[in-house]
Design a protein around this ligand. Structure first.
Ligand code: HEC
Ligand code: HEC
Length: 364
C-alpha cells in the first residue's frame, strides 16, 4: 500500500515539474538579466541592486514613456517634453504640462533636459533636486514618478494611473512578464528607469578618438583645432576653459558640482532661478549639461534663452555677464578669437550622435 502511494507521488512530482517547469525560451529571454555594454573609455553603468535590467522591463518602460495614459487627461507623455528625434529634449524654452500648464516659480519654468548618458549621474534636474542615498544609484527610479504627480506636468495621481493600467490587458500582461506580479507604483518606476538606462549615446567622432587610442585623425582639421581650443588652458591668461566644467567622456560635470557660467539677467519675467541654492543653500549653480547632440537640443541653458550655438559661443567669448554676482571665476572675457570660435563650433558639432537620435529601438 505504502509502496503504491510512493509510486503515485513520484509520478505526480514528475508530471508537475514537466508541465510547469517554465521552459518558455521567449519568456526566459525577456527575463534574463543583462548589463548594457558601454565603451571602454566610459565608466561602467551603475544599476541599483533591486532593479537589475531585463528586456521585459525595458520594453514595459518604453511603453510607459510614450503613453499619455500617465497624464491627467491622457494628452501628455514623457516624450511630449523629451522627444526622441531631439535626443529626448524639448524645442520649447519652457515645457508645457497638461492643458498648457506652467508654474509661477522660475524652477517650474525650465527647459526640459535632454535624456541620455544620465545613468551614472549623482544628481538630476538643473538644480540637483533629485538624488539617491549614497551608493543606491537609483535616482532614475526616484525621479520617474515625479512628472506624473507634478502640478505643472502630468497633474495625475498614482491611484488613477494604477487604476488605468490595471484595466488594460496589455499592460497587465506586460507587468506580469516583467515583474511576475500585478501593476504597482514601484514597478512603474523600475520599468521607466530601465528604459532610461538604455538611452546611451556614445557613437561620435569623440568616442572614436578614444577607441582608436587618442587618434586625432578621426576629426577634420577644423574640428581638431576646435578640440584644442576646448581643452586648452593658458597660464595666467583665460582662454576657452570649457573642459574645466564640461569634462570627461560625456563633456559634463558628472554631477558632483553645480557651476555658474554667468547667465544674467533671467529671461523669465517671474524672476531669477536660484538653481542649486534652492536645494543645498550654498552657491547659485546649475547642473553642467553634456555637450553631445547639441544640433538636436536647442534652445540652450536652463531657461532656453539661446536658440543657436553662435549665440552660446558669443556669450562665452564675453565670459558671461559681469552683473551676475555668482559668476564662476573661470568666466571672464575669454581670449578666443572669432576664428577659434568657428573651430570650437566645428568641434561641438562633431559631438552629434545621429545613430542615437535615429535608433529605432528607442522608439515606440
Ligand atoms: C511637461 C514636460 C515634461 C514631462 C511630461 C516630463 N518631463 Fe522630464 N523634465 C522636464 C523638465 C522641465 C526637466 C528639468 C526639470 C528641472 O530641472 O527642474 C526634466 C528633467 C527630467 C530628468 C532629469 C534629467 C537630468 O539630466 O537631470 C529626467 C530623468 C526626466 N525628466 C525624465 C522624465 C520621465 C521619465 C518622464 C515621464 C514619466 C518625464 N520626464 C516627463 C519636463 C518634462
Ligand atoms: C564655469 C563652468 C563652465 C565653463 C568654463 C563653461 N561652461 Fe558651458 N555650461 C556651464 C553650465 C553650468 C551650463 C548650464 C547653465 C545654465 O543653464 O544655467 C552650461 C551650458 C552650456 C551649453 C548649453 C547646453 C545645453 O544643453 O543647454 C553649451 C553649448 C556650453 N555650455 C558650451 C560651453 C563651451 C563651448 C565652453 C567653453 C567656451 C563652456 N561651455 C564653458 C558651465 C560652464
Amino acid at each position: 500500500m505504502t509502496y503504491w502511494r510512493y509510486i503515485i507521488l513520484v509520478a505526480l512530482v514528475f508530471a508537475v515539474s514537466a508541465c510547469c517547469n517554465n521552459e518558455d525560451p521567449i519568456l526566459d529571454d525577456l527575463r534574463a538579466v543583462f548589463v548594457p555594454q558601454l565603451p571602454a573609455h566610459v565608466e561602467p553603468m551603475t544599476i541599483p541592486d533591486y532593479n537589475p535590467m531585463t528586456k521585459a522591463k525595458v520594453q514595459l518602460g518604453k511603453m510607459l514613456f510614450y503613453d499619455p495614459i500617465l497624464s491627467l487627461d491622457s494628452t501628455i507623455s514623457c516624450s511630449s517634453c523629451h522627444d526622441p528625434n531631439l535626443a529626448f529634449s524639448d524645442p520649447r524654452p519652457f515645457s508645457l504640462g497638461v492643458g498648457g500648464a506652467t508654474g509661477l516659480f522660475p524652477e517650474q519654468r525650465r527647459n526640459a533636459m535632454a535624456l541620455f548618458n544620465i545613468q551614472n549621474d549623482r544628481f538630476l534636474f538643473w538644480d540637483g533636486a533629485i538624488f539617491a542615498e549614497d551608493g543606491a544609484f537609483d535616482e532614475l527610479e526616484i525621479q520617474s514618478l515625479k512628472p506624473i504627480l507634478n502640478e505643472v506636468e502630468m497633474i495625475n495621481t498614482l491611484e488613477e494611473v494604477n487604476r488605468r493600467l490595471k484595466q488594460d490587458p496589455v499592460y497587465v500582461e506586460q507587468f506580469e512578464i516583467a515583474f511576475q506580479d500585478t501593476v504597482k507604483d514601484i514597478y512603474i518606476a523600475m520599468a521607466l528607469a530601465s528604459f532610461e538606462r538604455m538611452l546611451v549615446s556614445y557613437e561620435t567622432k569623440y568616442d572614436l578618438y578614444f577607441e582608436r587610442g587618442l587618434d586625432s585623425t578621426v576629426f577634420t582639421e577644423q574640428e581638431w583645432r576646435g578640440f584644442k581650443v576646448f581643452f586648452d588652458e593658458r597660464e595666467g591668461k583665460l582662454h576657452a576653459e570649457c573642459f574645466h566644467c564640461h569634462g570627461g567622456p560625456n563633456l559634463d560635470d558628472p554631477g558632483l558640482t553645480f557651476r555658474n557660467n554667468g547667465l544674467f539677467p533671467s529671461n523669465d519675467p517671474f524672476g531669477e532661478d536660484l538653481g542649486s541654492f534652492r536645494i543645498f543653500g550654498d552657491e547659485v549653480g546649475f547642473k553642467v549639461p553634456s555637450l553631445r547632440n547639441l544640433s538636436f537640443t536647442a534652445p540652450y541653458m536652463h531657461d532656453g534663452r539661446f536658440q543657436t550655438l553662435d549665440e552660446v559661443l558669443d556669450f562665452y567669448q564675453q565670459g558671461g555677464d559681469p552683473n551676475n554676482i555668482n559668476r564662476d571665476n573661470l568666466m571672464r572675457t575669454m581670449g578666443f578669437t572669432d576664428e577659434e570660435k568657428a573651430d570650437l563650433k566645428a568641434f561641438l558639432l562633431s559631438l552629434n550622435d545621429t545613430a542615437f537620435v535615429t535608433n529605432p529601438e528607442l522608439r515606440p
